[in-house]
Ligand binder design. Sequence first.
Ligand SMILES: Cc1ncc(COP(=O)(O)O)c(C=O)c1O
Length: 363
Amino acid sequence: MSLADTWRAARPPVAGLHLDSAACSRQSYPAMAAAARHARHEAEVGGYVAAEAAAPVLDAGRAAFAALTGMAGADVVFTTGSRHALDLLLSRWPGGRTLACLPGEYGPNLAVMAAHGFARRMLPVDGAGRLLVEEAAAALADDPPDLVHLTPVGSHRGLVQPLADMARVCAQAGVPLVVDAAQALGQIDCAVGGPAVCAVYSSSRKWLAGPRGVGALGVRPDLSDRMRPGPEAGDVNVAAQVGFSAALGEYLAAGPAAVRVRLAELGSLSRRVLGEVLPGWRVVEPVDEPSAITTLAPTDGADPVAIRSSLIAEHGIVTTAAGVERAPLELAGPVLRISPHVDTTAEDLAVLARALVAVTDIG
Ligand SMILES: Cc1ncc(COP(=O)(O)O)c(C=O)c1O
């Protein structure tokens, strides 16, 4: 069976079209069953006893996350998502509080940075918002911040930032690099390694197709040893962590490289299909950008929020309307985001294109 067929067969039949993996992918039967089994075991033996029994599964999940991010399993903790991971990290950050990030940085991340007293400066980018590596190297050498925070794939645009180059540049400048892999993990290679990468975090529900409400944070020991103490963690949803661990295992079994190739193909195909036929919309990304996220900017006043609603109500097609709050320092207006997973077909994208023409009133 092809990767697409295997991925599709592992999930309930979709009602309509699901083109919203950047928000939340469809879970597999095994991932859902693992979480449900854990909940059942909690009822049978008690939540705390069940948590002890689940330890090997959770260790395997942490090891899988570590493998995908270039960390070690022991350095990974589960969180409730990416924002929680950043909050945890910055609230305990041991060093100074200046950071450099991209203008396309995720808006809620900017809020977390500000809440923890971090002063930010912008990394240099080209007109599309892509990092200018050599200029960044010069800026870091000239006046190094206390850390660089890089979001290799943002929420508002399917642009892939040069993570490996940035890891190299940060290593040369001696600046620690923190990576928000919420959109990157699963879509691009995040195991870039190198001495600068001190923390990587991500969410379960996006490209890894685990349950909602869980994520993970990997922190290198030389940083975690120095982190400030914080409050004890509250209660955790172990069933969700078990489901995430199962999804991570499935993702590894599917073959990260094969998944990445297929997602990049679908991104290119989406942009070709949507770029050709759609009056009233402009495809934002270069056609061959190696991600599965395609964003459409309205050119004739279409409202992405209303279009998203019409696509769901009239065509059963799920997409995202991304407002400027996703990237307030870069995004000029709202966009419609299309994010297929590997089981999407060329015919699905043609159906989307026809539906978009139907719901876009540019009279
Ligand atoms: C780039 C990026 N970072 C962080 C987040 C926040 O993730 P979570 O909702 O798991 O906190 C998102 C969610 O969309 C995202 O796209």
